[in-house]
Design a protein around this ligand. Structure first.
Ligand SMILES: C[S@@+](CC[C@H](N)C(=O)[O-])C[C@H]1O[C@@H](n2cnc3c(N)ncnc32)[C@H](O)[C@@H]1O
Length: 725
């Protein structure tokens, strides 16, 4: 080995880059395991950034001519300088990175390349938001190469994430993913090695994001990489507990001549620290329960202790999403009369015509009318029509929380999923309150004595009906290959975040956005405020790429990017789920099924903001110019809730709902007073290169406020030097 080390040292004196590369290769080889998974983990990855302007010093690829479907020049070039050429378009002088060749090329024919070891300065640019409940934290969608996005999220979420769910490319050999800007097909002899290197880099970052004390990583996979992934997970997460579930996703099966039909995929569940499964009403293998009922099997009677049974959860009857204002739907604006004496329900009035003043309605004697009003007095709608509410009320499935002092109340109801569970016996009614409303809890059969199995066979997990068909209702005529069943993702997440109503989840292979949608459904089921960060690139499918290239389009052109997954599928799908309307503005047809059934057109009381990851320039960094680029990162770190500080005002400080920023330390006194007055502030960012001044501002801060220091050249705080890889 020492001979090899000497030779490398000699090469380094002549060609430092080649020498360092050889050294890195050597290091990896010498660290290889004798047993376990060996693969080329040192292959460098790089990503093309078609929307990033070309600048001096950049690494670039030369694109093939427009209308060509060829590969272009895949060698890496460095931009020496750019200038305006003869036809007034800009040209770039290039030198080959691994050689002496030089050439001059129109800037339009270049695309910037970021190697994963390059230092980059990430920022986030907002590309829109959907607000349906101003008070809730925002979900976020980030259009980005996930490796860089994960590194960026380390600044905002290191060690804070409760759950990561990923459904990575399965490496089918059918051009379902790219490594180094190139599709990996079945002929590529390095395809498994590339896939493992690709996955390992991202899993290592995921590990840093997860809360080591209590969190879960969920990874789906099929037979093609299942075994290799299992080994990789064991090597990467040796401290965690790893389980594998086999789940039927298409009972009719993919028939393959001479082989077993594929009906299933696998779900690796990696738990950290104290994370355990919260039991739920299903054991995930319903046929097993049938056998049990027939007396052919017995329950495990050795279970230590029984957890307390889950109580019935009631939901507020007033619709909260802004689109549900009075007049937006017929028959859902009516009075509910309540006895003044004790707040019990007296009767339910008839729906009002849109033009009738509600104050003209006379309440029966000794009653007061409750209306679906927001705290600011805006007239909204009830969540049920009067007939359905009357029926539910008669069965004890509606009730009023009465405030005798203020002589007003809040109406609650049980969602159809809960009513169904009461009827099927998986929720036992144990009694009734004074007002007749039911009391009960999940039965021991459903929630205590049937822990989930490791083989799942749930009709709701069918990929076609629960995935593709739901997607086509939300965003008609837009196709996306193999979205997960919404209910399958909802179910697996529930096992880990059911008891964490403020959990943060991340999906960094978000595709069509199923995970964010599932998180919103979970929130609706228990009034939670969970957040989901979805990361996906804006890749155009391989088939479509050919068509677009023949039309003369290239990545980076608007006409190309609009067909990308993030812009064409992910963002519109999440927007449609929240608003209840398709991209064309039509109410979504159909109802959600299974656990919580309601019309998809109702949408969700949730908020989301869309971002694109940007690659900022070092010279702007040096001049403190890019506060705007990092502003969303500060907001994300403070919980992505309430208003955002997008620019630093002339006063030199600003206080938002959840966080505050101090740039001019001479204004510290005013700033600290304002922070003390703002009860919601949890983090303050203090911009200074001076340790002593930083400490002086920190000491008077209230205990619940976390001080975070930022260097004066803002972007330096977020520098990603992937060389440390
Ligand atoms: C198998 S799909 C996930 C589908 C998703 N679970 C759903 O239900 O829609 C994987 C997604 O990851 C995205 N992807 C692949 N490589 C990526 C990368 N390096 N960075 C960001 N996204 C990537 C692809 O665009 C694809 O949409």
């Amino acid at each position: 080995m020492s001979r090899l080390t000497d030779l490398i040292a000699q090469v380094k004196t002549k060609d430092p880059t080649l020498g360092s590369d050889l050294e890195a290769e050597f290091r990896v080889l010498s660290e290889r395991r004798v047993f376990g998974l060996n693969f080329e983990r040192h292959r460098p990855e790089a990503v093309e950034l078609p929307q990033r302007p070309v600048r001096k010093g950049d690494k670039v690829h030369i694109l093939p001519p427009r209308r060509s479907t060829g590969h272009g020049d895949q060698r890496l070039w460095r931009v020496l300088r750019t200038e305006v050429g003869g036809t007034s378009s800009r040209i770039a002088h290039l030198t080959l990175l691994d050689g002496d060749e030089t050439q001059t090329v129109p800037v339009d024919d270049l695309v910037v390349v970021a190697e994963f070891r390059d230092t980059i300065y990430p920022g986030l640019r907002s590309t829109g938001r959907v607000e349906h409940d101003g008070d809730k934290p925002y979900h976020t969608v980030i259009n980005a190469e996930n490796y860089h996005a994960l590194q960026t999220l380390l600044y905002t979420h290191r060690g804070k994430v409760d759950c990561i769910y990923i459904d990575p490319p399965y490496n089918t050999g059918a051009k379902d993913w790219k490594y180094n800007n190139d599709y990996v097909d079945g002929e590529d002899i390095y395809r498994h090695s590339k896939w493992l290197a690709f996955m390992e880099r991202r899993l290592l970052l995921a590990k840093e994001l997860l809360n080591p004390v209590d969190s879960v990583l969920i990874v789906t996979i099929d037979e093609r990489e299942c075994l290799r992934l299992g080994l990789l997970l064991e090597q990467t997460f040796s401290e965690a507990t790893i389980q594998m579930v086999t789940s039927v996703i298409s009972a009719k099966g993919a028939v393959r001549p001479g082989r077993f039909s594929r009906v299933e995929e696998h779900i690796f569940i990696i738990t950290f620290g104290s994370a355990t499964i919260s039991h739920w009403s299903s054991n995930m293998l319903p046929s097993y329960r049938e056998e049990v009922n027939n007396g052919q099997e017995s329950y495990d009677e050795t279970a230590d202790s029984e957890p307390a049974p889950a109580q019935i959860e009631w939901l507020g009857l007033r619709r909260r999403e802004p689109s549900s204002i009075r007049g937006s739907r017929p028959n859902q604006f009516y009075p509910i009369f309540v006895n003044i004496e004790n707040g019990s329900l007296h009767s339910i009035g008839a729906p009002l015509p849109d033009d009738l003043d509600r104050n003209s309605i006379v309440a029966p004697s000794s009653t007061v009318a409750l209306w679906p009003l927001k705290p600011d007095g805006t007239e909204m709608l009830w969540g049920l029509t009067p007939e359905v509410l009357r029926r539910n009320w008669a069965h004890g499935f509606a009730r009023v929380n009465w405030n005798p002092k203020r002589q007003t109340g809040t109406v609650y109801y049980l969602p159809s999923g809960t009513i169904e569970r009461i009827r099927s016996g998986t929720i036992a009614v144990t009694g009734r309150s004074d007002d007749g409303s039911v009391q009960g809890h999940a039965t021991s059969e459903s929630s205590v004595r049937t822990p989930p199995k490791r083989v799942w066979n749930m009709q709701s997990h069918n990929a076609e009906t629960g995935g593709t068909n739901i997607l086509s209702r939300l965003i008609p005529k837009r196709s996306f290959p193999y979205p997960k069943s919404l209910y399958a993702v909802e179910d697996v997440l529930r096992f880990f975040v059911k008891d964490k109503p403020s959990a943060t989840a991340i999906d960094f292979f978000a595709g069509s956005g199923t995970t964010a949608h599932a998180v919103m459904r979970l929130n609706r089921q228990d009034g939670g405020r969970r957040q989901c960060i979805s990361v996906t690139n804006n890749e155009v499918s391989a088939d479509e790429q050919g068509t677009l290239r023949r039309e003369g389009l290239r990545p980076g052109d608007l006409g190309w990017e609009r067909w990308g997954i993030c812009d064409y599928i992910t963002k519109p799908r999440i927007e449609a789920a929240i608003t209840g309307r398709t991209p064309a503005g039509d109410p979504i047809k159909g109802d959600y099924k299974f656990t919580d059934e309601f019309p998809m057109a109702e949408g969700f009381e949730e908020n989301v903001e869309f971002f694109t990851l940007t690659y900022e320039t070092p010279w702007r960094v040096a001049r403190n110019r890019d506060f705007a680029a990092i502003a969303p990162l500060l907001w994300l770190r403070a919980g992505a809730q309430g208003c955002r500080i997008d620019t630093v005002p002339d006063s030199g400080w600003a206080v938002a709902d959840r966080y505050a920023v101090l740039v001019d330390l001479d204004q510290a006194k005013l700033f600290l007073n304002a922070v003390a007055d703002a009860s919601g502030v949890r983090i303050v960012f203090i911009v200074t290169d001076d340790d002593r001044r930083f400490q002086m501002v920190c000491s008077p801060l209230p205990d619940q406020v976390e001080p975070v220091r930022l260097y004066e050249s803002y972007l330096a705080n977020f520098e990603i030097n992937t060389g440390r890889e």
